[in-house]
Design a protein around this ligand. Structure first.
Ligand SMILES: Nc1nc2c(c(=O)[nH]1)N[C@H]1C(S)=C(S)[C@@H](COP(=O)(O)O)O[C@H]1N2
Ligand SMILES: [Mo]
Length: 162
């Protein structure tokens, strides 16, 4: 992914609300989060250190409050995943551009990935290019294939019946 081709769009339904290129996005307020992360299979990784732009700061830069209760994250590879708005705001999630003090490597979602550390890691969309507010909770890639709509690791919400 060439950084000059990178864009990130905030949308409400089909309508773009704000759009940033790489240099504009990197001028947004930077924050750090150090959190444990949880894969759906078995592993957890403790005290992972991330840097990026909090979703709160993305909404503030766009001049909006969450217009609906649900979002879909979309990625350059066609991946998508749904997350409630309440789980992305209030200092709980970011679009991360750095991991462990360095730019996120391409295999881990660089240049930028969603980070929602309190949900299973499939919710943390790699290679993110849009966040879209939706009127209804809408299944993404894995949720359409039987993964849980919410994905709370503490309640082991892996599959749709959990
Ligand atoms: N764009 C995109 N994001 C994605 C995925 C994917 O296939 N495409 N896989 C998800 C899954 S299932 C997991 S477990 C994590 C893996 O992140 P990692 O490669 O940094 O460990 O990314 C998530 N984000
Ligand atoms: Mo996964």
């Amino acid at each position: 992914m060439q950084l000059e081709n990178w864009t990130f769009t905030l949308k409400h339904g089909p309508r773009p609300v704000a759009k940033w290129n790489w240099s504009e996005f990197n001028q947004l307020p930077q924050s750090k989060l150090t959190r444990d992360i949880h894969c759906v299979t078995t592993w957890s990784k403790f005290d992972t250190a991330w840097q990026g732009v909090m979703i709160d700061d993305i909404l503030a830069a766009a001049g909006i409050d969450a217009p609906t209760q649900f979002l879909l994250a979309h990625s350059f590879d066609g991946y998508s995943t749904n997350v409630p708005a309440a789980d992305l705001i209030g200092g709980r999630a970011m679009v991360a551009t750095r991991y462990d003090g360095r730019p996120i490597t391409p295999d881990h979602g660089g240049p930028a990935r969603l980070l929602v550390p309190h949900l299973y890691f499939w919710k943390s969309a790699k290679w993110i290019n849009a966040l879209q507010f939706t009127e209804r909770d809408t299944a993404g890639f894995w949720e359409e294939r039987g993964y849980h709509m919410y994905g709370d690791p503490w309640r082991e919400q892996r599959y749709s019946g959990d």
